[in-house]
Design a protein around this ligand. Structure first.
Ligand code: DGT
Ligand code: CA
Ligand code: CA
Length: 573
């Protein structure tokens, strides 16, 4: 497994925080912080640099000592010094410094003055208003701390969908290899493509011999603890903390079980009501009229029994899908194969890893008709953002590349920063040379709701504004959305004919499902984009598709399902 730059930077940052708590040498602390910032913003992967034998000590701000530590992290995934220091700082303090916005000084103040010893203590202190009474803390800070403590406490229990996939894939393979197994499916929120999952619900279809599946499951190499084991179902906790349920069901009940365990619970309850109205009994074993089974082998049979067409798992949240199904008005949801291009990609001109040409060729291999280059603008110094001159160089490079390429077109664009006053980070004279723009906030995330909303609206007034990138700025399990009035932003986008992005990166999925649905209902179109920083990232599109489907989006709601000529008309109306 390669260690990402962000993971290395996190370690140095935590180290700096802990050393600060211990009031160690400020110069050392600063050196670790600078290193963290440098590594996080570096275009090339430290792991690759180490592997290719580059001497990291040659990099600015990285001396022999840091270079050695980076090499250790890359080689072992660990930083021994960090582990030593962690052991010397009280655990609750270590935990508190990991809360975003709560630096070492404040964590220490809370620990000392309020005797906060856990995230639960911290939540309680925030609720009771004791934090605001401390010097240097206000009511707003107290509220933020309370929210963040709550999130940190609950975040541990939900796993990002992409991580859940990495966990599920080898397990499904392991269970599928047991003799007699006909099918293995992961149901639950995983199958509904929620952005995070609480636990994994695995169903195995097989006639006789469930015992062999149970044995194979509890002996799976990643199992840390067996919580329950019966003849046809078992629950374990894996080493990474994720809980997994496995149930073995006979093929004749598989559809009913798959429907039941896919959920959601609210959807199940609504469907069961329909069954009861028809004098049918519906449960995870099948559909019954009296004692007689009338179906359950497939999900199709379950829906037919209650008089509904098949409802895709992503819609099963009891958010109107049953009503829509009854009226034969289910949306025809967008699919991965509808996508004809990617409208948010970075190259090695800024913080991407691959060249423009490599990105274009990778997109072509996916069968795309177009891809765009959306390198950062100059405000993002950490990514060595483009100024007008360098962007124009890239524009000319794109012209040359397009002359050479056949079957795919590279669109000229940029990820333009929205400055504090709502103006854009590049002059209009340059922006007009582009095919379209993707505009985003990267600084000033803590503005008030009023200011932040106004800032985005002002940006949208610019005639060169096309797509609002990752509109709420959330990072799943790591950063809350910035405070904006999403309804007003959507309304403003509609009035001005602007497009909103659904950023498909599994850490973002932003807009989320509800945001997508709101946009659709308001008549605002969505661009599903990967924000790729390397060619392989183009494959992240499917996470965006999952979220878009949860937001009821159809092909027509998504701009990058269009052929190039039609797309151009939407980008420059
Ligand atoms: P999660 O794990 O929190 O991300 O969400 P789910 O939806 O995977 O929920 P989970 O794992 O508790 O249960 C899996 C499915 O089993 C759930 O989506 C619906 C079904 N289910 C669980 N409990 C009940 C229940 O009390 N009634 C009904 N009708 N269905 C239930
Ligand atoms: Ca689950
Ligand atoms: Ca479960």
């Amino acid at each position: 497994m390669t260690v990402h730059n962000s993971a290395i930077a996190d370690m140095f940052e935590e180290l700096a925080d802990l050393l600060e708590i211990r009031e160690e040498n400020p110069f050392r602390i600063r050196a670790y912080r600078n290193a963290a910032r440098f590594i996080r913003g570096h275009a090339r992967s430290m792991a690759e640099l180490v592997e290719s034998g580059v001497d990291l000590a040659e990099l600015p701000g990285i001396g022999e000592d840091l270079a050695g530590k980076i090499a250790t992290i890359v080689g072992t995934g660990k930083l021994p010094l960090l582990e030593q220091v962690r052991a010397r700082v009280p655990a609750p303090l270590v935990e508190m410094t990991r809360i975003e916005g709560l630096g070492p000084k404040r964590a220490k103040a809370l620990y000392g003055a309020l005797r906060i010893r856990s995230l639960e203590d911290l939540q309680r202190a925030a609720r009771s208003g004791r934090i605001r009474e401390l010097k240097g803390f206000g009511a707003r800070t107290e509220q933020l701390i309370g929210q963040r403590a709550e999130r940190a406490a609950s975040a541990e229990h939900r796993v990002k969908l992409a991580d859940a996939e990495d966990i599920a894939r080898p397990l499904v393979e392991h269970l599928g290899a047991v003799r007699g197994v006909k099918a293995v499916e992961v149901a639950g929120s995983y199958r509904r493509r929620r952005d995070t999952v609480g636990d994994l619900d695995v169903l195995v279809s097989m006639g006789r011999g469930a015992g062999a599946v149970m044995d194979a499951f509890v002996n799976y190499e990643d199992v840390a603890e067996v919580l329950a084991k019966g003849p046809t179902r078992a629950t374990v906790r894996l080493r990474n903390g994720v809980q997994v349920d496995v149930r073995v069901v006979p093929p004749g009940s598989f559809g009913a079980a798959l429907h039941y365990f896919t959920g959601s619970k609210a959807h199940n309850i609504a469907v069961r009501k329909l069954a009861m109205a028809r004098k049918l009994k519906l449960n995870e074993y099948g559909i019954f009229r009296g004692e007689r089974s009338v179906g359950g082998r497939t999900e199709q049979e379950v829906f037919e029994a209650v008089g509904l067409p098949f409802i895709p798992p992503e819609l099963r949240e009891d958010r109107g899908e049953i009503e829509a199904a009854r009226k034969k008005k289910l949306p025809s949801l967008v699919e991965l194969r509808d996508i004809r291009g990617d409208l948010h990609c970075h190259t090695n001109a800024t913080d991407g890893r691959d060249t423009l040409e490599a990105m274009a060729r990778a997109a072509q291999e996916l069968g795309y008709e177009y891809i765009s280059a959306n390198d950062h603008s100059k405000k993002v110094t950490i990514a060595h953002g483009l100024d007008a001159r360098r962007l124009m160089q890239q524009v000319r490079a794109i012209d040359r590349l397009n002359a050479k390429l056949d079957g795919i077109v590279v669109l000229k664009s940029a990820e333009v920063d929205i400055l504090d006053d709502g103006s854009l980070d590049l002059p209009d004279g340059v922006l007009k040379e582009l095919d379209f723009t993707v505009c985003a906030i990267h600084y000033g995330l803590a503005r008030s709701r009023e200011k932040q909303t106004e800032r985005i609206l002002r940006a949208m007034d610019n005639p060169h504004f096309t797509i609002l990138a990752h509109p709420t700025g959330r990072l799943i399990n790591a950063r809350e959305p910035y405070d904006i009035d999403l309804e007003r932003v959507i309304e403003a986008a509609r009035e001005r004919g602007r497009i909103l992005e659904l950023n498909a990166h599994p850490d973002r999925l932003d807009l989320d499902d509800r945001g997508c649905r709101m946009a659709k209902q308001a008549g605002v179109r969505i661009a599903i984009s990967t924000d790729a920083h390397r060619a392989a990232d183009l494959g992240l599109m499917r996470y965006g598709i999952g979220q878009a489907r949860r937001g009821w989006l159809e092909s027509d709601d998504v701009v990058n399902t269009r052929r190039l000529a039609d797309l151009r008309r939407l980008l420059k109306p």
